[in-house]
Design a protein around this ligand. Structure first.
Ligand SMILES: [Zn+2]
Length: 394
């Protein structure tokens, strides 16, 4: 006792206990309800602001586009074509002449908004959306960030961490600019970020963290190199992050539960399931992921919904689009087991709580991944422009 971390954890357990108690006294059994309408209205308001207040100096506009569009697709709420067209035009203004996307029009490109913009455009999935992406410039931009050790910078002159490898692999694979040269050494560099705990840190030697672990594993799945990891110790690390009392996940050992890790941590289990299956592991379930899917749904539905719409980290925190996106994404992971023909649903509460499934690597709808990949496969991989040619061209 007396450990401040422990006291904070006890306090969160107390708050969650209060929520559970209030729920038990006010409701009959099995009445967990996802407040769809409320969340839809919150997201719709956000969408309107996105397409109205362009002059806003926000540095993460493509992220807002992605968080809101993905939340709406999980809720199966269609977006009017006039709105998606506005978003396409807005994102094209965020695209840099050097390739990649910035946080807003005229800003320097950065891998994080590049990832968000490409995901948002793939969710829209129209010809207009696909045509926004300058693939040749995108490939040049990715090359400009590549480091000799296989890692990527987040932006020119910026820092290296495992997020950049995921963002690069994600956008390159969706838009068919993934080349062996571009990712030479990347998988081996990511594998070095796995530490003694079993999870993955931001760079080699760092503490394991849910966000970085997701990025590292998802990037390795894209690069088809999951076998470079110690999958058993990774499985042990991630399953130990689901909180026994709250049912949600923590980001790191000894930290508090947080709704957004419902995706960053639980999203790892489909990836691990696949990797272990490929290895011929005979003990794998054919109906459930290796975490308590009902307990996670209970935490999200009881503790992460803002009564006015939107979702949040934990009771007492305020809602935002980031937590709305990742709580709903985690809920979708917990509801849907498997992919393709092998599919099993575990929907806690009323049937209307069911969300659209999400692709565990890209976190957009699986059919949107297929559509984007098929679209860009028809276009050849651009060859990076040799510098000599560029110089003689002027
Ligand atoms: Zn969070």
């Amino acid at each position: 006792m007396g450990n401040p971390g422990e006291e904070r954890a006890t306090k969160v357990e107390d708050i969650v206990q209060e929520v559970f108690n209030a729920y038990k006294t006010n409701h009959h059994a099995s009445q967990f309800v996802l407040q769809r309408e409320k969340h839809f209205h919150y997201l719709k308001r956000g969408l309107r602001q996105l397409t109205e207040a362009y002059e806003c100096l926000d540095a993460s506009r493509p992220w807002l586009c992605y968080w809101i569009l993905h939340s709406l697709e999980l809720l199966e709420e269609p977006i009017p074509e006039s709105v998606t067209s506005d978003i396409c035009q807005f994102l094209s203004r965020c695209q840099s002449p050097q390739g990649g996307f910035g946080g807003g029009p005229g800003q320097h490109p950065h891998l994080a908004p590049t990832y968000a913009a490409v995901n948002a455009l793939c969710i829209i999935g129209t010809e207009e959306a696909f045509n926004v992406i300058d693939r040749k410039k995108l490939l040049e931009y990715l090359h400009s960030l590549k480091q000799p050790d296989g890692s990527f910078l987040m932006h020119v002159g910026g820092e290296v961490d495992v997020r950049s490898a995921y963002c690069a692999a994600s956008v390159a694979s969706l838009t068919n600019v993934l080349t062996p040269t571009l990712f030479a050494g990347t998988a081996e560099w990511i594998a070095r970020c796995q530490n003694w705990e079993g999870g993955i840190g931001g760079v080699p030697g760092m503490e394991a963290h849910g966000g970085y672990t997701f990025c590292g594993v998802a990037a390795l799945v894209i690069l088809k190199k999951e076998h470079l990891l110690n999958l058993r110790s990774l499985l042990h690390w991630v399953t130990s992050r689901q909180m026994r009392f709250e049912g949600g996940f923590q980001g790191r050992c000894n930290k508090l539960v947080d709704g957004c890790y419902s995706f960053w941590q639980a999203g790892l289990l489909p990836l691990l399931h696949r990797a272990l299956h490929a290895r011929g592991d005979a003990a794998l379930s054919m109906t459930h992921w290796m975490f308590d899917q009902s307990a996670l749904q209970e935490y999200i539905l009881l503790c992460c919904q803002c009564p006015a719409g939107g979702l949040l980290d934990k009771p007492g925190k305020s809602r935002d689009f980031y937590h709305t996106c990742y709580c709903l994404s985690g809920l979708a992971i917990a509801q849907h087991f498997g992919s393709g023909d092998l599919h099993h649903e575990v929907v806690l509460g009323i049937p209307e709580n069911r969300l659209q499934a999400t692709h565990p690597v890209y976190n957009i709808a699986p059919e949107k991944v297929v559509k984007a990949v098929l679209h860009f496969l028809q276009q050849p991989v651009p060859s990076p422009e040799p510098e000599a040619t560029a110089a003689t061209a002027d």
